[in-house]
Design a protein around this ligand. Structure first.
Ligand code: PEP
Length: 254
């Protein structure tokens, strides 16, 4: 089953609006010739609208890094799926381990966000992943597949099919330590088996599963060569156009 690769840059709490526009333009220009992959950039909320406008005529899509599940209401400081759709945002990262760790995001909240995003036509990139302690205790597969089941609990099979799951071992995020291709593949295969239990094999085979955790131009190719790795969610290496374009171009020298 061939799935279209999806490479997403998570800019986290970096870059002003002006800097975000500069990077967005550079990514657009450097990635324009790679038509066989989906390219996504995730600026801060403040830069979303401007970046979406800048990229409107390009194949590069824009993601938010988080959202609330409500469309509107007394939720000071939040932004909603309706706002994202209105601003031209196509994707939203939810359940990132930094949100779970520092802002108390729960599986239940992630499920509500996934539901609300689909209601507004914004597609979720649903992050899951284990800590080093959980890996050392042999709990990786049960933990991660439990997160997947919880996050997708409110989605139909058709909605799941167009969502993206991002497997990001917490110990590999921002640490320079990447899961080996075999370690990543083992978890991706377990995630796909869980998706097949939930929705059947045909739907599971359509769902794209990204790997995230210190992905760089130098390691993307071996990761992407694994049968169940369909893309990358990239933090640090997405902050310069050259390194992100190097990741997007992983198929180019084949
Ligand atoms: C991330 O935050 O999603 C991530 C994978 O970061 P990094 O690539 O810097 O490890």
């Amino acid at each position: 089953m061939s799935r279209r690769p999806i490479l997403a840059g998570n800019w986290k709490l970096n870059l002003t609006v002006r800097e975000s526009l500069e990077l967005a333009s550079a990514v657009r220009d450097k990635c324009a010739r790679h038509r066989d992959v989906d390219v996504v950039v995730a600026p801060t909320h403040l830069a979303l609208h401007a970046v979406a406008q800048r990229l409107a005529d390009s194949p590069v899509r824009v993601a938010a890094q988080n959202c609330h599940w409500a469309d509107q209401g007394a939720f000071t400081g939040e932004i909603s799926p309706a706002h994202l759709a209105d601003a031209g945002v196509a994707w939203c990262i939810i359940g990132h381990s930094e949100r779970r760790q520092f802002f108390g995001e729960t599986d239940d909240g992630v499920a509500k966000k996934a539901r609300a995003l689909h209601d507004r036509g914004v597609l979720p990139i649903i992050c899951v992943g284990e800590s080093l302690d959980q890996r050392d205790a042999g709990q990786t597969l049960s933990w991660v597949t439990g997160q997947v089941k919880a996050a997708l609990a409110e989605l139909t099979a058709d909605e799941a099919a167009v969502s993206v799951v991002a497997y990001e071992p917490i110990w590999a995020i921002g640490t320079g330590r990447t899961a080996s291709p075999e370690q990543a593949q083992e978890v991706h295969a377990a995630i796909r088996a869980t998706l097949a239990e939930l929705y059947g094999r045909a739907i599971a085979d359509r769902i794209r599963i990204q790997y995230g955790g210190s992905v760089k131009p130098s390691n993307v190719k071996t990761l992407m060569a694994q049968p169940d790795i369909d893309g990358a969610l990239v933090g640090g290496a997405s902050l310069t156009a050259d390194s992100f374009a190097g990741i997007v171009a992983h198929r180019a020298e084949d």
